[in-house]
Ligand binder design. Structure first.
Ligand SMILES: Nc1ncnc2c1ncn2[C@@H]1O[C@H](COP(=O)(O)OP(=O)(O)OP(=O)(O)O)[C@@H](O)[C@H]1O
Length: 246
């Protein structure tokens, strides 16, 4: 192929946090966390509402900077302004941007083309993915003509249709029934088998079990005032399997 935009085969990237935490105006968003996910690894983030799962994913995506510690993806700080970094990373950390005048099928195919897939192949890939997600029959619908669960599936389709080395999914099970959640787990497992690194924040035990990666349980943030004892820190974060390496 050799095109400049050749999507190529995905190559996983290593993700590391070294005592990375976030405080904002006296509020703790994420207690300092240290972890290392090797290229091709899977890490499942669990924890109560407000424990910092989304914040951690935003650190890895570069949408938020740590106020303490360090975050690296493939050995460098996340740099979402750089196309080379954006090329590595896909996910649902940001809300999906939906165009009022594009159908579901057009949205998904469009995303694939922006990452170098030729239009015909992009349409085929979009159709196949929508079929897997059980919404191929909705390909001609506009965004406002979808149910909330269908909108979630559409969002996941735009995330999964493009090549990426790192997938960041924030509660992909939201608004999905058990069967669709299982399909999402299968799709993520396939991406991992292709070599991608996968980080998933979830409240779903079936999804956690289906993904089968290591699990990091974030402790609830217990205080808002900096300088005081804010409760559990990184030492209190338990990683199932007994190692910080996923
Ligand atoms: N922009 C912000 N300003 C102030 N506090 C924030 C901001 N964003 C998040 N927080 C706080 O940071 C903490 C962590 O939020 P985060 O969204 O990371 O948690 P979460 O584990 O993903 O929660 P959930 O399971 O409810 O999605 C929460 O207490 C939240 O209120």
């Amino acid at each position: 192929m050799g095109r400049r935009n050749d999507p190529g085969a995905p190559r996983g990237v290593r993700v590391e946090l070294r005592s990375a935490g976030v405080e904002l105006d006296g509020t703790t968003l994420l207690e300092p966390v240290s972890l290392s996910v090797p290229a091709g690894g899977t890490l499942v983030l669990r924890g109560a509402n407000g424990s910092g799962k989304s914040t951690l994913l935003r650190l890895v995506s570069g949408l938020r900077l740590p106020t303490s510690g360090e975050v690296t993806v493939d050995g460098a700080a996340p740099a979402p302004r750089r196309r080379a970094f954006r090329r590595l990373v896909t996910g649902t950390v940001e809300p999906p941007l939906l165009a009022r005048d594009l159908t579901l099928g057009e949205h998904v195919a469009l995303v694939a083309t922006t990452w170098g897939t030729p239009v015909r192949d992009a349409r085929t890939a979009a159709g196949a993915l929508l079929e897997r997600l059980g919404i191929a029959n909705l390909a001609h619908r506009f965004p406002h003509e979808l149910s909330s669960g269908q909108t979630q599936l559409a969002s996941l389709a735009t995330v999964l249709v493009r090549p990426a080395s790192l997938l960041l999914l924030d509660e992909p099970e939201q608004r999905l029934d058990a069967d669709r959640t299982a399909v999402v787990a299968e799709l993520l497992a396939e991406r991992r088998e292709e070599g991608a690194t996968v980080l998933v924040a979830t409240h779903s035990t079936p999804l956690e079990d289906a993904l089968g990666g290591d699990v990091l349980r974030l402790a609830a943030v217990t205080a808002d005032v900096p300088g005081q004892d804010v409760g559990p820190g990184a030492e209190d974060l338990t990683l199932d399997g007994g190692t910080a390496d996923a």
